[in-house]
Design a protein around this ligand. Structure first.
Ligand SMILES: NC(=O)c1ccc[n+]([C@@H]2O[C@H](COP(=O)([O-])OP(=O)(O)OC[C@H]3O[C@@H](n4cnc5c(N)ncnc54)[C@H](O)[C@@H]3O)[C@@H](O)[C@H]2O)c1
Length: 349
């Protein structure tokens, strides 16, 4: 298949690009190269004759129309987004621009291309979204595909808007879409502003390991390479017009997650004192969702898909990857905002 992947220089998009190329697909990576992008993430795919890169903004209608015309894809996997909740609190504008207007622009470009081909049933617009659109759970229950939307941060509200647009383009124009809503990812090439890499890199630097609030917020953690595998499965076998929740079946509180990372580091890179002694509690994120949990029944039963990696194994691989790839993360540590506390509510927009 020939795939357009948007956001392919980011964390999850690059895992999709690497896996798709390894499986013999042709991939056109469209990325604006924002602060969160790194072309080294796709270095192993970039030598393939099946890989193409287009530096463009998904909000640029002309560039998107041109990409469809030039590359004639069989499908588009749309991952490009502003993705960091804390940044959405300080500067929501970029989230509305890319996540809402950008998705609208892509839908229009895809629709025009698909209509020009005579509306083939085989075309797919795969929209990649988050479980955060469902809001915050109490101690029990899980998100199903029928859970009502209840986004509570500028990030999740912008992603919810994009999900609604994608469904509307299917219902109104017949565009063959599939959607996925996934839980928290972690793994190699995770940009060093997100919790898992922040903890690993601060631990190694002897800095405080910041825990928001009491550290009792629960997330369902999925290894990024499992997510990429699930996405290619949904693209190939998902039913048009349907959405699929993807989870790791690995719920952990933030404190449990950080403590596990510390124990792995104690084992792989012992320091004078246990790394857990660096844990520091900091002011909570405004509107911090208490718990996310995915009911994976649809992925399990309809697509026979399950994550292959437990959180303990995935975290071990991740820590080892950061120990082995210091050049990669050092180069990103001086990017704008990295290493500083974001999202405390001081309005920058
Ligand atoms: N990270 C998670 O845990 C998680 C979980 C579920 C869903 N998602 C979704 O998966 C997708 C990818 O997330 P990620 O963590 O890899 O994000 P990321 O921030 O690591 O990467 C986003 C990529 O999109 C690109 N991009 C941003 N704005 C663009 C624009 N206007 N035009 C073109 N490219 C642009 C960036 O340059 C970057 O390469 C997002 O849609 C996100 O909402 C993420």
């Amino acid at each position: 298949m020939k795939l357009i992947v948007t956001g392919g220089a980011g964390f999850i998009g690059s895992a999709v690009v690497r896996l798709a190329i390894a499986r013999g697909h042709e991939v056109v990576n469209i990325d604006k190269l924002t602060y969160a992008a790194c072309l080294d993430n796709v270095a192993e795919a970039a030598n393939s004759p099946n890989y193409y890169f287009v530096e463009a903004d998904i909000c640029d209608a002309e560039a998107m129309a041109d990409a469809f015309k030039t590359h004639s894809p069989d499908a588009i996997m749309h991952l490009a987004a502003e993705s960091h909740v804390d940044r959405s609190i300080d500067g929501p504008g970029a989230f509305i621009e890319t996540n809402v207007i950008g998705t609208y622009t892509l839908l229009q470009a895809a629709r025009s291309y698909w209509e020009g081909l005579g509306k083939p049933d085989s075309f797919r617009f795969h929209h990649i979204s988050t479980d955060e659109v469902f809001g915050s759970l109490g101690p029990t229950g899980q998100f199903t595909e029928d859970t009502p939307y209840d986004p509570r941060s500028p990030y999740s509200a912008s992603k919810a808007s994009s999900d609604h647009l994608v469904r509307a383009w299917h219902e109104t124009y017949g565009l063959p879409v599939v959607l996925t809503n996934c839980s928290n990812n972690y793994g190699p090439y995770h940009f060093p502003e997100k919790l898992v890499p922040v903890v690993i890199l601060n631990a190694l630097a002897g800095k405080p390991l910041p825990i928001y609030g009491k550290g009792d917020n629960v997330r369902d953690w999925l290894y990024v390479e499992d997510h990429a595998d699930a996405l290619l499965k949904v693209l190939a076998e998902g039913t048009v017009g349907r959405s699929y929740n993807i989870g790791g079946e690995n719920e952990r509180t933030n404190l449990e997650l950080v403590t596990t990372l510390c124990a792995i580091l104690d084992d792989l890179r012992p320091a004078a004192a246990p790394y857990a002694q660096q844990i520091t509690y900091v002011t909570d994120r405004p509107g911090h969702d208490a718990r996310y949990a995915i009911d994976p029944t649809r992925m399990n039963e309809e697509l026979d898909w399950r994550p292959s990696v437990t959180v303990e194994e995935g975290l071990k691989r991740t820590v080892q990857w950061y120990l082995d790839n210091e050049d990669w993360w050092r180069a990103l540590q001086n990017r704008d905002g990295v290493g500083t506390r974001l999202g405390t509510g001081s309005n920058k927009d």
